[in-house]
Design a binder for this molecule. Structure first.
Ligand code: ADP
Ligand code: MG
Length: 728
């Protein structure tokens, strides 16, 4: 049963007064844009209004840009609706489907709907599709816009709603045949903006965390009651700020320092970033206890997707962690970058939802004026590899002229085509190959789909590779504790799993240890392994194998028959306990090389740094010595192959493949494995071939100008120190 408190809450939302008007508008229009201030109730209420008043509506799909938002919103709405999560109201994110035959309202990531649209462009299961948080302009949302326009032509009776905060809405309406815009009236209150007197945003980068904590303390000691929301960029920063604030608040002399002592004696501090634990703290959404001030340190998730009530003060660091295309790898990197003016305005607005508020920007007014006016849509700054493959799968040949709301940079499209050619997913004319078609079976990055198929068809090791691919599809497996002593211990415990060929095999050994423990939580904790990530990996592996079985991709093991488990474990030392001879691991590495030859790196002849093969085409050591402007790649300290781990001698490493690059003060290769050039030589010819094919785009010739732009951005990414450690 739904309790009366929830009914009251629902009825107190600004949107409630317009319930009937909204229902009527949706009845009358099949294309509709709905805008309203963040927190007015769009995400949680409008789908319920439809559910309650369109009785014969079979299924409503609502997209969210963030996985975590899809889960939390579905949770909240099923509670409001008085049903169990996964029955009438459910959610679906990649590898985690919490819906059933009963489900009529499905919250999902935009990526999930995009995949569904690839397989069924008419979206036959749905009667209503809602693209929510459209203003976020994620890559997937933008591609969905293009696809839905076609779906509308095929199935005009499908109701398509676009919901957005109050940003750039004409653009959405113009794109969807100038459809009507329903604007939810809602008042917002004055927010007084305080800029920092002289802080330039550029020089702020290393200090904004400390400043944010100082400013929080200032507000707590000088300003009237009201909760504080602080915008930072990621988990580490947020956790550090929570600790620092707690410590510093303890040292205050409350009676003397805190001006509003009678009303707000205490501080209660919350972190919120993209992890379920932080979102599950119900207290974040509730009023703090009498006499207490609530402080929330948040990522961008609190800018528009999640509304925390009671906020009167906003502190804006001016930074965000953002997906950015890295031309040196052709992949996305997460970089901490300054926000746009539009984002700064949104952030400040969070202080004026229910009463006048104040925003403290940790940067100067001049810095604000120098910010970009709008955030660049993701489609213009991300790798389009997966997107282009999906569009090809749907038979859309001319990607450059697909109907995008804002077209991507042609360079990004061409780079994606080139990578797909190297993966042999498309042919010289840019047509999908049978292999490319098969790669679409898996909800994985095309690199990994390619590896999985090769492991089944060519190398006979798909059982092991499916495990490793699953391990690569979840969050970080190794826990890095913060205090020195435990950090040392964690490093020692990790060594047990290291494999001398590198990290793909290491990941397999970690998983097998986990399996042998009976999937035990304590076993993980003792070894500084992330249990949640590992149990997710098990789940992903099972789902991948199910897909393989269903699509005739055989599951074969490269376990060597005559070796019984255990007998052949090399007990040379405790440290390599897990390393066994039981697998023909070169097969596994060869399978990974079918994609990751694109990430081939050669070691400097005298040092332990590496250089990309592909960007430099390095054949001889002389070239390396004379060309020091190349991006130097280092092995991540977490890797089995890192020199300090002493698993292998650095001079035995000539060629490695890496999985991804993490930019800290250096460019770190993550998940690195040793390879032999002879496995790859044949493949490297594809790079040469690239120069002669057009991939279905006429102007594919590398012109000089484009190359210069490339090189410039390699430099700026490589040299700048960006503090990135985890996903937002
Ligand atoms: P919008 O989509 O217009 O930004 P939402 O529908 O997300 O608005 O939120 C409406 C209200 O519901 C907000 O005021 C928010 O505080 C509240 N709310 C949202 N999620 C939760 C939750 N998990 N627990 C409690 N309250 C919530
Ligand atoms: Mg919303």
């Amino acid at each position: 049963m739904v309790n009366s408190r929830i009914i009251k809450q629902r009825e107190s939302l600004p949107i409630f007064h317009f319930r009937q008007e909204i229902i009527d508008a949706i009845k009358n229009e099949n294309l509709l844009v709905i805008i309203g201030e963040t927190g007015s109730g769009k995400t949680t209420q409008i789908p319920q209004y439809i559910l309650e008043s369109f009785e014969d509506c079979r299924l409503i799909g609502v997209t969210q840009p963030r996985r975590i938002a899809a889960i939390t919103v579905a949770n909240r709405v099923s509670e409001e609706h008085g049903t169990r999560l996964g029955s009438e109201v459910g959610y679906c994110i990649r590898f985690d489907d919490c819906t059933s035959a009963k489900t009529r309202l499905k919250y999902m990531t935009d990526g999930v709907l995009l995949r569904e649209a690839t397989l069924d462009p008419k979206l036959e299961h749905y009667d209503v599709i809602i693209i929510d948080e459209a203003h976020e302009r994620t890559l997937e949302t933008d591609v969905l816009f293009g696809l839905l326009k076609e779906t509308h032509r095929l199935r005009p009776e499908l109701k398509i709603l676009v919901m957005s905060a109050t940003l750039n809405v004409e653009k959405f309406s113009d794109f969807f045949n100038e459809c009507p815009i329903f604007s939810i009236p809602g008042r917002t209150y004055e927010v007084a903006i305080n800029h920092h007197r002289d802080a330039k945003i550029i020089s702020l980068k290393s200090t904004y965390v400390q400043r944010a904590v100082d400013t929080t303390l200032y507000i707590h000691t000088h300003e009237p009651p009201g909760d504080i929301l602080v915008f930072l960029t990621g988990q580490n920063e947020i956790e550090k700020s929570c600790r620092d604030l707690d410590n510093q608040a303890r040292e205050l002399n409350y009676r003397r320092d805190v001006q509003y002592y009678d009303e707000v004696r205490n501080l209660i501090v919350f972190p919120i970033y993209a992890s379920l634990e932080t979102m599950e703290q119900k207290a974040i959404f509730e009023d703090p206890p009498e006499g207490t001030r609530k402080v929330v340190f948040a990522t961008n998730i609190a800018q528009t997707s999640v509304t925390i009530p009671g906020i009167k003060y906003v502190i804006d660091s001016g930074y965000v962690k953002q997906k950015s295309y890295d031309p040196s790898t052709g992949m996305d990197a997460l970089l901490v970058v300054p926000i746009s003016q539009a984002a700064a305005t949104q952030r400040a607005g969070r202080a004026g939802r229910t009463a006048p508020g104040k925003a403290f920007r940790l940067y100067s007014r001049e810095s604000f004026e120098q910010l970009e006016v709008d955030t660049v849509p993701e489609i213009q700054r991300s790798s389009l590899l997966g997107t282009v493959l999906s569009l090809k799968k749907m038979g859309i040949r001319d990607i450059l002229h697909f109907e995008f709301i804002d077209p991507p940079d042609p360079m990004l499209v061409k780079n994606a085509l080139k990578q797909l050619f190297l993966l042999e997913a498309i042919d010289e004319q840019g047509m999908l190959t049978p292999l490319g078609d098969e790669m679409c079976i898996f909800p994985l990055n095309p690199f990994l789909s390619r590896v999985l198929i090769a492991s089944a068809r060519q190398f006979g090791c798909s059982r092991e590779v499916s495990t490793i691919v699953a391990m690569l599809s979840v969050e970080e497996i190794f826990i890095t504790p913060r205090d020195e002593e435990r950090l040392f211990e964690a490093d020692e415990r990790r060594k047990v799993f290291y494999h001398s060929s590198g990290d793909y095999m290491t990941l397999l050994q970690v998983f097998e240890g986990y399996r042998d423990s009976g999937y035990d939580r304590d076993w993980c904790r003792d070894r500084y392994l992330n249990h949640r990530a590992l149990s997710m990996a098990k789940n992903v592996r099972d789902q991948l194998r199910e897909l393989m079985e269903r699509h005739g991709v055989s599951i074969i093991s490269c376990r060597q028959k005559d070796n019984q488990d255990g007998d052949h474990r090399k007990k040379r030392s405790k440290q390599t306990y897990y390393e066994t001879k039981k697998y023909d691991f070169t097969k596994i590495l060869e399978a990974f090389s079918t994609s990751y030859f694109i990430h081939l790196a050669k070691r400097h002849p005298h040092r332990s740094v590496f250089y990309h093969y592909a960007s430099a085409n390095i054949h001889t050591s002389e070239m390396i010595d004379s060309n020091s402007s190349l991006l130097a790649l280092h092995i991540s300290p977490l890797s089995a192959l890192h020199p300090e781990n002493k698993i292998v001698k650095v001079d035995s490493l000539d060629w490695v493949i890496y999985h991804s690059i993490l930019y800290t003060s250096k460019a770190l290769m993550k998940v690195v494995s040793k390879v032999k050039l002879e496995w790859i030589e044949e493949k490297l010819k594809l790079f040469k071939k690239l120069e002669t094919v057009d991939l279905g785009v006429d102007d594919n010739k590398k012109d000089k100008q484009e190359k210069e732009v490339d090189d410039e951005s390699v430099d700026s990414i490589g040299k700048e120190s960006n503090y990135i450690d985890e996903e937002e």
